[in-house]
Design a protein around this ligand. Structure first.
Ligand code: MEV
Length: 425
C-alpha cells in the first residue's frame, strides 16, 4: 500500500500522528504513547517547540549537562553541554579542573569575517562584465542599505563585494564574493537577504543568477585557544615521555586522515555540545570546521602541540561562526539559560569559550589514549548504561560495578555475570 500523502502539512498534529502510527507501526497505540510521553505539560512551551519546524510531533530529549571549572582568559565558567555520548562531560570537567590550576585557557580572536556569494553564469566578454560590476558596485551596496541599517548601527554590515572570475574552473562561471561583519548574530538570514538584494540589482538578460547564499566555510572567522605549563606539571610520572607521546598523536593526525578525522571528532564532542546548548547551528559549524581542517588539500589535525624550553603548549585555531542573538539563541528557553550561564557573552566571547571546550575535549581524549586507553573511562559509563537496562537491584548493581572494575566490559559479559548472580540469589 502506498504511503504517499498529499496535504499532510495541513493536518492537525493529532491527525499527523494518527496517519503516521497507522501507516508505519504494527502497534499504533504504543507508538502514539511513545511520542506523547515526550510532550511537555506546559502547552505554551510545547507550542513554542512545535513551531520551530514543520510536522513536529514530539520532542527528542538530549541530556543537558554542565562542565564546571573552566578558567578562560582569567574568568571562571561553567559550560553547558548538550550531548548523548557518555564520558564527554566528565572528561571536559576533569580537564577544566586540571588546567584551572595551570593558568587556564588563553584565547584570541583572529578574525570575524563571514562570507556569502552570488553565483552566476555569464557567456559574454569578461572585461565588459568587470566594467559593468565596477560601475554597479555603489548601486549594489545601496540596494542593501534598508537591510544593513540595523547591522551598521551595531558596527557590522557588508565589508566588501568583489567580482570573481571562475571560468578557468567552470565554463562561464562568475561570482560576486561578499564579506560581512555580523557582530553578535551568526548572520545567516542577514547575509542571505543582502545577497538576494545584490543579485536582484545586478541582474541583466545576459547574466543568469544561479543562487545567492552564505558560505559556511569561514576560514576568516577564526579563534585561537591554548593551554601551557612546564612539562613536569603535565603528568604525574614520566612527564617528558608523556608530552612527547602527546605531540606524536598530533603528528600522526597531521599525516594520516583516518586518524585526523577521529582526532577532530573528539574536538567536536566539546564544540557541538556547547553549540547545541546555546541554540547555534551545529551543522554549519561542523561543515566549516572540517573544510578548514582540509584547507591545504589534506585533512589534518585542528590542534597543535609543542615543547619549547621546557614548556608544553597545546593550541587550536578553529573557525566558529557563532551567534548570541537571533535564531534559537533567545527563543529556546534552555539556549537562553545556557547563554545566561555563560554570563551573556558576545559572539566573540562565545567563540573563545567554544574553542576552549573543543581543546579541552581533545586534551582529554589524547591523554586517555596515550595513557590508560580510551575504553577504561568509556566503559565505566557504558557499564552503567547496560546495568540500567537490566532492572538490577542496588546490591546487584554494586556487585557488577565492583566485578567489572578491572575487567573488560562487553554487553554479553555483563548479562552473563548478571544471570550468574541471579541464579545464586
Ligand atoms: C570519541 O567520541 C572521541 C575519540 O575517539 C577522540 C579521539 O580518538 O581523539 C576518543
Amino acid at each position: 500500500m502506498s504511503k504517499i500523502v498529499s496535504g499532510f502539512s495541513k493536518l492537525t498534529k493529532q491527525e499527523k500522528i494518527d496517519w503516521l502510527t497507522d501507516n508505519y507501526f504494527e502497534k499504533p497505540i504504543t507508538a502514539k504513547e511513545t511520542l506523547q510521553q515526550y510532550w511537555n505539560d506546559n502547552r505554551i512551551l510545547q507550542e513554542l517547540h512545535d513551531d520551530f519546524i514543520e510536522n513536529s510531533l514530539s520532542n527528542f530529549y538530549f541530556p543537558f549537562g554542565i562542565a564546571p571549572n573552566f578558567v578562560i582568559d582569567g574568568v571562571d565558567y561553567t559550560i553547558p553541554m548538550v550531548i548523548e555520548e557518555s564520558s564527554v562531560v566528565a572528561a571536559a570537567s576533569m580537564v577544566a579542573k586540571f588546567w584551572s590550576s595551570r593558568g587556564g585557557f588563553k584565547t584570541k580572536i583572529i578574525a570575524t569575517t563571514k562570507v556569502g556569494q552570488v553565483h552566476f553564469i555569464y557567456r559574454g566578454d569578461a572585461a565588459g562584465l568587470r566594467f559593468y560590476f565596477d560601475k554597479m558596485k555603489p548601486q549594489l551596496l545601496r540596494a542593501t542599505e534598508p537591510i544593513t541599517e540595523n547591522m551598521r548601527k551595531r558596527g557590522g554590515g557588508i565589508l566588501d563585494i568583489e567580482l570573481r572570475n571562475k571560468t578557468s574552473e567552470l565554463a562561464n562561471y562568475y561570482q560576486i564574493h561578499a564579506t560581512f561583519e555580523t557582530k553578535d548574530s551568526m548572520g545567516a538570514n542577514f547575509i542571505n537577504s543582502c545577497l538576494e538584494a545584490i543579485a536582484n540589482e545586478f541582474k541583466r538578460p545576459d547574466i543568469e543568477i544561479i543562487m545567492s547564499i552564505l558560505s559556511n566555510y569561514v576560514p576568516e572567522c577564526l579563534v585561537h585557544a591554548e593551554v601551557s605549563c612546564p612539562i613536569e606539571e603535565l603528568y604525574e610520572k614520566d612527564a617528558e615521555l608523556y608530552a612527547q607521546k602527546f605531540i606524536q598523536t598530533i603528528q600522526i593526525a597531521n599525516v594520516e586522515p583516518h586518524r585526523a578525522v577521529t582526532h577532530n571528532k573528539g574536538i567536536m564532542n566539546g564544540i557541538d555540545a556547547l553549540v547545541l546548548a546555546t541554540g547555534n547551528d551545529f551543522r554549519a559549524i561542523e561543515a566549516g570546521v572540517h573544510a578548514y581542517a582540509a584547507r591545504d588539500g589534506q585533512y589534518r589535525s585542528l590542534s597543535n602541540a609543542e615543547i619549547k624550553e621546557g614548556i608544553f603548549r597545546f593550541w587550536i585555531d578553529i573557525p566558529l561562526a557563532l551567534g548570541t542573538v537571533g535564531g534559537l539563541t533567545k527563543l529556546h528557553p534552555l539556549a537562553k539559560l545556557s547563554l545566561k550561564l555563560l554570563q551573556n557573552p558576545s559572539a566573540e566571547k562565545l567563540m573563545r569559550i567554544t574553542a576552549a571546550a573543543g581543546l579541552a575535549q581533545n586534551f582529554a581524549a589524547l591523554r586517555a589514549l596515550t595513557t590508560t586507553g580510551i575504553q577504561k573511562g568509556h566503559m565505566k559509563l557504558h557499564l552503567n548504561n547496560i546495568i540500567r537496562l537490566l532492572d538490577a537491584s542496588e546490591k546487584e548493581k554494586e556487585f557488577l560495578i565492583t566485578h567489572f572494575e578491572n575487567r573488560t566490559v562487553t554487553h554479553n559479559a555483563v548479562i552473563k555475570k548478571y544471570n550468574e548472580i541471579k541464579t545464586l540469589e
